[in-house]
Design a protein around this ligand. Sequence first.
Ligand code: 5GP
Length: 114
Amino acid sequence: MSETIFSKIINKEIPATIVYETDTVLAFKDINPVAPVHILVIPKKEIKNVNSLTGDDKDILSNMFEAVKIIVEEQGIKESGYRLVINNGKDALQSVEHLHIHIIGGKELKWPPC
Ligand code: 5GP
């Protein structure tokens, strides 16, 4: 898999506002937020998207959702609500080929998104 901008953030080669970090997961503020809270949760392992997941990635996925739970509490949006988005592939406009969960919240969101 080719290196993406997120690999550079993981390796601290480019800056990001990191809000959560473990051995397996990193979360940081989206550079172009669409809501008052817009955070990206990524695995440190290079996984292109959902299609690339294997049975070996179960713990990583669990760790990513543990991160979501901690972050929404810290950001004060646990009770008000939030949206989790995974854009997967071309039609979904996935622009960075490294699996990521968008946490979007802090205001009332619109639906449908398309
Ligand atoms: P996608 O469209 O692939 O689901 O989302 C990629 C997200 O990464 C976009 O919301 C975009 O704003 C964010 N992004 C792209 N490059 C950078 C960067 O260098 N730093 C940060 N913090 N976010 C980025």
